[in-house]
Design a protein around this ligand. Sequence first.
Ligand code: FES
Length: 252
Amino acid sequence: MAEAQAPLTGVGGLGSTARRDFWWAEIIPVIILLGGFGLYATWRAFEGKFFEWGPYLSPFYSPLIDPHHHWWPWSPAILILGGPLGFRATCYYYRKAYYRAFFLDPPACAVGEPRHSYRGETRFPFILQNAHRYFLYLSVLFLVFLWRDAIRAFFFDGKLGAGVGTVVMLVNVVLLTTYTLSCHSLRHLAGGKLDCFSCATFGKPRYTAWRWITTLNERHMLLAWASLIFVGLTDFYVRLVASGAIRDVRLF
Ligand code: FES
């Protein structure tokens, strides 16, 4: 005779579950890291100073627009932060992470949530999450500027060189590039939506691109965190050097 199974989902409201593991431990690092990054990035974006030193430019301020306040009286970062912020906020992985950690909706798989109806992302404001693919296009444009900044970081007063900041900026842009290339929307665009590569226009190169993107896509969560943490560290390094708190070490 078949045994009766305990229901996995909590029907008794928020936090009710038949799970016996520490399901709540998964959301704590998200609250600390994402919350901490959000506070730090907001403070830095509004600070409006210590964003540039020699050939180094903070990624929070790139591309740098009107730094001398000819027509924009506030921090130049405010002009551009909508692009990277929109890209991260609408990212499929981050959506899962912050829906769980900050909205508890649900807090984890098979754990009760605060409400009993589900509308998905079909109504305002969450329907705006569908703009992710457009933020992807925008973030590719941002990458062009960040690569330009990383290359510029190799030139000190017109001469080739490198400092610790150069390495930091280079690692940062590589991580941001791999994070962007691992995007689910990009994978869909390259070939995820196709049933038959050999029947499609440019099927072979699209299949190759789709395979490369899939390899990165399998590590999307890791790249999302690594790039988020490192973009914060890069800004922090530039701030330390620009404010005179530390001196940049020249490698050659
Ligand atoms: S899904 Fe995460 S960046 Fe596109």
